[in-house]
Design a binder for this molecule. Structure first.
Ligand SMILES: Cc1cc2nc3c(=O)[nH]c(=O)nc-3n(C[C@H](O)[C@H](O)[C@H](O)COP(=O)(O)O)c2cc1C
Length: 444
């Protein structure tokens, strides 16, 4: 029997599914309802010096019949008095002592950090999350992502926090940086116990083209917001993987960004997250989605013989290589299952105009079923991706298990041009430089 019990940097919860800091964790009323429904923890809506929020404040990207594929907000931190939030936290912990309540915090001065940490600890939080990610409103005042984008400042503030914090400290990272490893390492340098990522991505989700103003509209004007929801999941997963692969990093990672169901949660954990947090999906569908997440996740664990969540952490990481290490002898080509084909010919159009002219139309005017031109097919997957019928186009292996050969070996054979100096590479086949290193070498 699998166990969903979670221990994230010393913070225990009945399962690894937490609500992210956002409107669903605005109040004790909401957090208690969420725990009742099955959520394992909640990161409280960020606390600091209360602010005034705008009306309106959200925007969304819809795609066909799917609403809120991407979600955008210009909301700041909690607009409730700190004393109300502290009272609510205390009450939640009284009724739900086994669940994790995390105080998300964002203030400016060292004195304010020390004071608010004492306040939330006295209220009974199990951990603290430092919001160094909000990319709108607070960053203009030198907080939120302004801190997350400056590794030295981040380290400094984390070390202030560590001077007083008695509970585990999680640093929430902004994705609005070019190398997520830098703030992640800065958090560790400051003494943090864990990191969480991602916060929202700076964005504009649309423009009212009649009135020339982006959404959301505030009295005829707008501002950039923070993007989240299913659209950001691939970016978030890549960043989680990048942090998890930092050699010797070893801090637990809370994965956030576009998680809607059990499968999303599994993916984040396989990429190195110890637990996950959810915001947009709850704002869209409500706390009740946890029921399916729990059931699906447990079933997956049973099917794969995982008895604890920890056994799953990072299982996909060994299969993520540098591009240069991939097997260039591996070859697949497309195969169309004629009995499933509806003759829409989308695969033909995509391949003809956007890829490798590897799909032909039937000569027979009575048929609409295309065929693969094997000698042109590079196995790029495009046709199977655009095909509207599930399992109609599959990719079939054709390399007959030739010897595995990677880019450096092919380069050494002389049939691929060398794109960076062998001196830097320390001898072909031995060393793969990081992109930054390769560029720096070239600029010398
Ligand atoms: C309306 C809204 C308000 C948010 N407020 C906060 C906040 O106060 N503190 C914080 O750390 N993150 C805040 N976030 C970011 C979320 O916690 C989360 O990092 C982000 O939305 C990505 O997760 P998701 O794709 O599941 O929404 C907010 C997000 C939304 C949509």
């Amino acid at each position: 029997m699998s166990s969903l019990k979670s221990n994230f940097a010393g913070i225990k919860s009945p399962n690894p599914f937490w609500l992210a800091s956002a409107p669903p964790t605005n109040s004790g009323y909401q957090v208690m309802r969420a725990f009742d429904k099955g959520w394992g923890g909640a990161v409280w809506k960020t606390l600091g010096v209360p602010i005034i929020n705008t009306s309106s404040r959200y925007g969304a990207v819809n795609y066909r019949d799917k609403r809120m594929v991407g979600f955008n907000n210009i909301e700041l931190i909690s607009d409730r008095p700190l004393s109300d939030n502290l009272r609510d936290i205390e009450e939640v912990k009284k009724y739900f002592p086994e669940h994790a309540v995390i105080g998300s915090l964002m203030v400016e001065t060292k004195q304010q950090w020390h004071q608010i940490i004492k306040d939330v600890e006295n209220a009974g939080v199990d951990g603290i999350e430092l919001n160094f990610g909000c990319p709108h409103g607070m960053c203009e005042r030198g907080m939120g992502s302004a801190v997350g984008q400056e590794p030295n400042v981040l380290t400094q503030i984390v070390s202030w926090v560590m001077e007083t914090a008695k509970v585990p400290v999680i640093v929430k990272l902004t994705p609005n940086v070019s190398h997520i490893e830098e703030p992640a390492i800065a958090a560790k340098r400051g003494g943090a116990n864990a990191v969480s990522l991602i916060n929202t991505i700076q964005s504009i989700v649309g423009v009212d083209i009649d009135n020339f103003v982006p959404y959301p509209v505030v009295d005829g004007k707008s501002t950039n917001g923070g993007y989240c929801g299913p659209a950001v999941k691939p970016i978030a997963m890549n960043m989680v993987k990048n942090v998890a692969k930092i050699p010797g990093y070893n801090l637990p990672i809370s994965g956030i960004g576009g998680i809607e169901n059990w499968r999303d949660a599994v993916e984040f954990i396989l990429l190195g997250a110890t637990n996950v947090q959810v915001c947009t999906a709850v704002m869209h569908y409500g706390f009740g989605i946890i029921r399916e997440i729990l059931a699906g996740f447990e079933q997956y664990m049973d099917e794969k013989n995982f008895s604890t969540v920890d056994e799953m952490i990072g299982k996909a990481l060994p299969n993520i290589l540098h591009w240069e290490e991939l097997n260039l002898n591996y070859k697949v080509i497309a195969k169309i299952e004629e009995s499933k084909c509806i003759g829409c010919q989308l695969c033909y159009i995509a391949c003809e105009d956007g890829a490798h002219q590897a799909i032909g139309l039937p000569g027979n005017p009575d048929s609409r079923i295309p065929h693969i031109i094997e000698e042109n097919c590079v196995g790029c997957n495009l046709c199977s991706i655009v095909c509207p019928v599930e399992n109609c186009i599959s990719m079939v292996r054709k390399d007959e298990n030739k010897k595995i050969i990677n880019w450096q070996e092919r380069t050494a054979q002389g049939n691929i041009p060398v794109t960076f100096d062998d001196k830097l590479a320390g001898g072909v086949g031995h060393y793969i430089p990081e992109p930054k290193e390769a560029i720096a070498y070239r600029l010398k």
